[in-house]
Design a binder for this molecule. Structure first.
Ligand code: NAD
Length: 423
């Protein structure tokens, strides 16, 4: 299945359960607009052309919102899937934003920082008429950073001839970014896990956690959960997995990662620890498994070996639909990506609000508001999943699709007269 087919399969199941008429369902599954541009950039190699995309999926609940990735796989299908997921995500956590995603198809590892900045400027220039504070608000994603957001803001403002800091989020704090944005995804995941663990009357000190990926999301959640008393027993990155049933000392892991580039590079510095292959983290004996690296990691070929009974999806799309069914049938709880990793877009929303009002919040303000948004959303999801006896993923999709559908209906977007989709 392509990424777009995967997300459509979750959406279709939800729309069928909600008994949404076919022509309305088909409208809900169709992106509002797909902008495809060819960027011409003078790089160190000469004049080069890059395919660039911005998919605007749905804005019935508010301006389009979603990151921009720089990646060789950032094709139209992938960007469409991610745009749809953003519309669902914003609706699950009930923030007044729609869904979009952008991408430039190239491998930034093969380019200098100077060239990457030129490509970022070319993207902002090419898309300037489609994005903006009240229209479509980009943010960082794979291989794009707060610094790239600052450059895109600068180029956009140059084209438009006015200051408009809220046209993009995930900026450095000095150019209008929000406090707490860097940790927001992991922090949001930690809040929903806290809520779930409380609801099943378990206590963190008795729970062992494995995290796949030790980057922004994975490393931050490992630290947050260790602070909350969880035992972090397994950690991985692209080069290997390190495991200790009594728990790993994260200060030592950080040192090893910093000095040798991998969490698993020096097990001799952690007495009793064992080293495993990079994907073995998924099947080790833990209570909570947190995929925080890549998509399609939990699949039909390894799902039977997964021992964790709680899976918190910080990565986007880490579980295939078949594996997801299997986990649900065997009684495991999967806290789905569209909720578990929505802390990032929620704090992006807070950044947009701060930019629009010109008033900036403290880190405690941000955390307090994030906790409220995430726990309210999660309580809604748990309640629906228990009431209808469906997985938390299906509950999240039903909740989101119901909200999107109602917004579309109230705006009259299903009527034949509506020409909203011809932009
Ligand atoms: P990152 O690049 O900072 O970290 C990725 C980590 O995955 C790295 O430690 C890398 O070594 C590891 N990795 C790569 N291949 C691996 C493999 N085969 N096995 C094990 N580990 C491997 O990325 P990130 O920002 O932490 O994002 C991780 C995931 O979370 C992605 O799916 C991303 O879409 C999702 N996500 C991130 C955010 C955010 O705000 N950072 C928000 C929403 C979703």
């Amino acid at each position: 299945m392509t990424p777009y087919e995967q997300i459509l399969s979750h959406i279709t199941t939800a729309l069928t359960a909600l008994s949404i008429p076919e022509h309305e369902a088909s409208r809900l599954m169709t992106p509002d607009a797909i902008h495809i541009k060819e960027l011409t950039v003078e790089t160190a190699r000469g004049t080069e052309r890059f395919d660039a995309f911005r998919v605007q999926f749905n804005n019935a609940r508010g301006p389009y919102k979603g990151g921009i990735r720089f990646h060789p796989d950032a094709n139209e299908d992938e960007v469409k899937a991610l745009a749809a997921a953003m519309a669902v995500k914003c609706a699950v956590v009930n923030i007044p934003l729609g869904g979009a995603k952008g991408g430039v198809m190239f491998d930034p590892k093969n380019y200098s920082q100077e060239d990457i900045v030129k490509i970022a400027r070319a993207y902002a220039r090419a898309m300037a008429d489609h994005i903006g504070v009240d229209r479509d608000i980009p943010a960082p994603d794979v291989y794009t950073t707060p610094e790239i957001m600052a450059v895109m803001l600068d180029e956009y403002e140059l084209v438009k001839g006015k200051s408009e800091p809220g046209m993009i989020t995930g900026k450095p704090i000095l150019v209008g970014g929000s406090r707490g944005r860097g940790e927001a995804t992991a922090q949001g995941g930690a809040y929903v896990l806290e809520e779930f663990v409380r609801s099943i009357e378990r206590i963190p000190h008795e729970m062992r956690v494995g995290v796949q990926g030790y980057g922004n999301a994975g490393r931050t959640i490992a630290h947050l959960l260790a602070r909350d008393g969880y035992r972090i027993t397994a950690l991985s990155d692209s080069r290997g997995t390190i495991f200790h049933n009594d728990g790993l000392d994260l200060a030592v892991i950080d040192e090893i990662k910093r000095e040798y580039g991998s969490v698993a590079a020096h097990p001799d510095r952690i007495p009793g620890a064992t080293v495993h292959g990079s994907t073995d983290v998924l099947t080790l004996d833990v209570d909570v498994l947190i995929p925080a690296a890549l998509d399609n990691q939990i699949r039909p070929d390894n799902v039977r070996d997964i021992k964790a009974d709680i899976i918190l999806e910080l990565a986007n799309n880490p579980t295939t639909p078949e594996a997801d069914d299997h986990l649900y049938q065997k009684g495991a709880t999967v806290i789905p990506d569209v909720l578990a990793n929505a802390g990032g877009v929620t704090v992006s929303y807070f950044e947009w609000v701060q930019n629009r009002t010109g008033l900036y919040w403290t880190e405690d303000d941000v955390k307090g508001k994030l906790k409220e948004v995430m726990t309210t959303a999660y309580r809604d999801v748990i309640a629906l999943s228990e009431e209808q006896k469906i997985s938390q993923r299906q509950a999240a999709y039903r909740l989101a699709l119901h909200r999107l559908h109602e917004a579309m209906r109230l705006r009259g977007r299903y009527s034949v007269e509506s020409d909203h989709f011809r932009n």
